[in-house]
Design a protein around this ligand. Structure first.
Ligand code: GAL
Length: 630
């Protein structure tokens, strides 16, 4: 009897706690919560040693590429970061101070017997460039765990070979930024996924075991909060050691640990997938890992589908169509444009691709709106991106290896069908016009990229789905992270076809979407379809930066794709923390309700969809035609 009572008490307390947490995170905060520290208002551009040289880096290669960046004019076009990847560590010294491989970086030798990258960073800075360093969140690096090239890896005792940040965050970040003067850090994660007791190198006494926090094959077997906390510590140290705020924090855990959902709160760049390879299918795979995540990228925090592979394999000088597609799509998706090629030997055609100013401008547009899928299929995709001046970037991508036709409509661009649309081809410079729609024939693997001018459907404002760079899904309603099934499932090169295939592996399924439901369906409430809108789960809160608009409006309801359907959902609009408008509780099957609010003078609009009681798996809801207007 007594036991039963206690149990009931515990259940009641748990329920109360759940309700309190539910209320708390959905309460308006009145401030933008996505990461805006560091120097990444625009996606960083530059060069990284990995795709060109892997572990075989040295000073001549790095400086040689930096010099080419300057003399070729690429630096003047925005390529500024020169980033060392793995291959520079000699070991960790007795006092914990990291030691540089001076056989490869002779300028690092100092008379007191220590080593320093200051001469290298000084040289890069004197060239008008910025310098990036590579580290690891665990104790040991990817190369140490996976590579056979022992000569390029740290040497010494087990402790001396622990060159990662684990237990050394403060010391290493201080060294890299305050002492050595780096401006960017890429932090990898192999040390927290690859060193279980069972690893043969651990068993052989080469490395200490590290009970894995990440299992790349399983979100359920990954300790997401622990991984996030480790990267959070690095972010804190970066702030401490960079009082001038001139740093970039690049997370590299390849889309694992649901990082696609939380990196926007922790750092400036975050890899959304495993490594790119110079293989067409692999490029699609990396691209897809980013392409449905437009709402999870904002100025200050960008999705990173990995470095460019232009110059190699399927993207070399004999495959300029593919190289142009790769470059165009990275720019449409606001990816960091980080060259991964030995620029000392680059053919002029490749330099011309990397230097295309029209395409670079798409990537570097100050509005920071990652392109949204306007048309999606496995064969052709059309991406549209709203630029700061109200014009659009549009890319029509032929994913297949056969020629095919595609039709671009004014609606894809959210332009009026009755008015002229002017297209400027950013590869040829040709300008054409159409009304309503225009057919194109695409060569195999070709992407046509245009800057488009027309009459916007909303002449005096924007749909929220046109301005993802100003919308932050602070709480997206996902209660249990699920892997996204929509990425092209390319063979993982180092695994080949061992095992039983490529499974969805990157959390994010069910996250907020522009112009689609959280599960990739058409937005619809009680049979009413919306070509524009935000699809998100119930029990969500989105923050919207308001650049001087006066009016918020939307048509809201539980989406027709809902499955639970038991809970009514209330939709609220807040301005700088104050309630401005609220819908009645809306049930599945009910016609959409109009919700409007006067947001004149408001800096931050928050829109909240809340179920009557917390739901284990919240239903999709639709903010149809959600827009800010003058
Ligand atoms: C991988 C990372 C690559 C490269 C490599 C170095 O984990 O994704 O971009 O940095 O490690 O070993």
């Amino acid at each position: 009897m007594k036991r039963g009572f206690r149990l009931l008490g515990a259940v009641a307390i748990m329920a109360l706690t759940a309700t309190a947490a539910h209320a708390d995170e959905l309460d308006p905060k009145g401030e933008w919560s996505a990461y805006d520290k560091g120097n990444a208002a625009l996606p960083p551009m530059g060069w990284n040693s990995w795709n060109a040289f892997a572990l075989e880096i040295d000073e001549a290669k790095v400086i040689g590429s930096a010099e080419t960046i300057v003399t070729s004019g690429l630096a003047a076009k925005g390529y500024r970061y020169i980033d060392l990847d793995e291959g520079w560590w000699a070991r960790r010294g007795g006092d914990g101070r990291l030691v540089i491989r001076t056989d490869r970086f002779p300028s690092a030798i100092r008379s007191d017997g220590t080593t320093s990258f200051r001469p290298l960073t000084d040289k890069l800075h004197a060239m008008g460039l910025k310098a990036g360093i590579y580290s690891e969140i665990g104790r040991n690096s990817c190369g140490q765990i996976y590579s056979e090239e022992k000569a390029s890896l740290p040497s010494g005792t087990v402790a001396e070979r622990e060159v990662g940040l684990y237990d050394h965050v403060d010391q290493d970040i201080g060294l890299y930024f305050a002492e050595w003067g780096f401006d960017l850090i890429k932090v990898d994660g192999c040390g927290i996924r690859g060193l279980p007791e069972s690893n043969p190198r651990v068993a052989a006494g080469e490395f200490r075991a590290f009970a894995p926090l990440i299992d790349s094959d399983s979100l359920g077997r990954t300790d997401i909060p622990a991984v996030r906390a480790l990267f959070g510590k690095v972010a804190d140290a970066l702030e401490r050691y960079n009082p001038d705020n001139d740093f970039v924090f690049s997370l590299c855990i390849w889309g694992s640990a649901d990082v696609r959902s939380w990196a926007k709160n922790v750092g400036n760049l975050s890899r959304t997938s495993e490594d790119i390879f110079p293989i067409w299918g692999r490029m699609l795979f990396n691209m897809d890992s980013t392409s449905r995540r437009a709402l999870y990228a904002q100025p200050g925090s960008w999705n990173d589908p990995d470095m460019l592979y232009i110059g190699n394999g399927d993207f070399d000088a004999d495959h300029l169509t593919e190289a142009r597609t790769h470059f165009s799509m990275w720019a449409m998706l606001n990816a960091p444009l980080i060259i991964g090629y030995d620029l000392r030997k680059a053919a002029p055609e490749l330099m011309a691709i990397l230097g295309n100013e029209g395409i670079i401008a798409l990537d570097q547009d100050p509005a920071g709106n990652q392109a949204v899928l306007a048309y999606d299929s496995d064969d052709v995709q059309i991406y549209a991106k709203t630029l700061a001046d109200g014009t659009k970037g549009v890319a029509i991508l032929n994913r297949t290896s056969a020629p095919l036709d595609a039709v671009l409509t004014a609606e894809h661009l959210k332009f009026l069908a009755g008015a002229d649309v002017e297209l400027t081809d950013l590869w040829t410079g040709n300008t054409t016009r159409f009304k309503g729609e225009q057919k194109f024939t695409l060569a195999p693997r070709e992407t046509l990229v245009f800057k488009a001018k027309g009459k916007r459907m909303l002449a005096d404002g924007y749909y929220l789905s046109e301005m993802p760079g100003s919308v932050n899904p602070a709480v997206d309603g996902v209660t249990v992270p699920q892997a996204e099934p929509m990425t092209h499932r390319a063979i993982l090169p180092w695994q080949s076809t061992h095992g039983n295939g490529e499974h969805p592996r990157y959390g994010g399924w069910g996250g907020a979407q522009a112009d689609a439901t959280p599960y990739g369906e058409e937005l619809a409430v009680s049979g009413r379809r919306f070509a524009s809108g935000i699809g998100v789960l119930a029990n969500s809160r989105l923050e919207i930066r308001n650049a001087g608009y006066r009016h918020f409006s939307a048509e809201v309801g539980v989406d027709d794709s809902a499955r639970d359907r038991s809970e009514p959902v209330t939709f609220s609009v807040y301005g700088d923390g104050k309630l401005l408008a609220r819908s009645d509780p809306m049930r599945f099957g009910e016609a959409p309700a109009k919700i409007e609010a006067d947001v004149a003078g408001v800096k931050l609009v928050e829109i909240v969809a809340r179920s009557a009681t917390p739901m284990r798996f919240p239903d999709p809801v639709t903010w149809g035609n959600a827009a800010l207007t003058r």
